[in-house]
Design a protein around this ligand. Sequence first.
Ligand SMILES: C[S@@+](CC[C@H](N)C(=O)[O-])C[C@H]1O[C@@H](n2cnc3c(N)ncnc32)[C@H](O)[C@@H]1O
Length: 279
Amino acid sequence: MNTKLEIPCAYQGGKQRLAKDIVNIIFNENEINESTRFYDLCCGTGAITIELVNRGIKPKNITMLDISVWGMFWKAVGDGNFDIDKFKEYIDSVPEDKFLIQSYIKELYKQPANIDTIYKFLLIQATSFGSKAIWLKNEIEWCTSSFRNYWQPNGIAKRKSPVNPMIPMPDTMFKRMVNIVERMKGVNVINDDINSLLEFEENSITYIDPPYQNTSGYGYSFGLNEYINKIIKYNKIYISEGIELSEKSYLLSKGRAKGGVSGNRKKANDEWLNVYEAV
Ligand SMILES: C[S@@+](CC[C@H](N)C(=O)[O-])C[C@H]1O[C@@H](n2cnc3c(N)ncnc32)[C@H](O)[C@@H]1O
């Protein structure tokens, strides 16, 4: 039996925890067959595509799109150009001592981003504080705020367990990538702005996970309503948002309190799946 595919690393707004619910709704509402085409737009870590493939959908029946380095990464995977040996070299260069990882990543972050972009990206993204998005400021520089450090309980903070500097740690990420490279070859990937995709194949279902309204931090955005209007004639569209947008929608999870290391709690947003269908 195949090992379940998992996303390469943590990413803000990543849908790994909601992917099962989202795909359940899509499968319940539609008759899925061999010719159904799926579009995973603003795919990021690929959480939705990965759930689809774990349920038996063939990668060649899926098109992923993201303008960020995630798009570049998935394109390499889909085209069979992700060099797992090169990634292993990067993985092996991460210090084993967890206390040294942050400074190692800070150095890697200063290296030219145009060389081995996708391999460096995975390590940098996995270490990003709060899993915040990493993107390219220009061709040779990364953009981010700060990196996680190895943290151990200090008797003052409420948290009682250590926090690793990377999510996941390098060995786990490598295992996940071996599986991804093996099983995701053939997926169609567009590393471009969402507005470059205006035509869809017949019998298709589109899922869009845009940057949520009134949030920032991905380095890219687009006008969601304008885009929906342009493509609604082609297919049924499912959209994740922190708010209810369409007449038909599902509340996937109520905002819950999120605890940080400091013990401060802030309210996370609700998660909605909005459904749009041409009338
Ligand atoms: C909420 S995140 C998606 C998370 C993803 N579904 C996952 O599970 O990891 C939003 C994504 O939209 C992408 N994005 C933002 N503006 C875009 C645009 N104009 N065209 C294509 N992608 C865009 C960002 O790069 C980011 O990865």
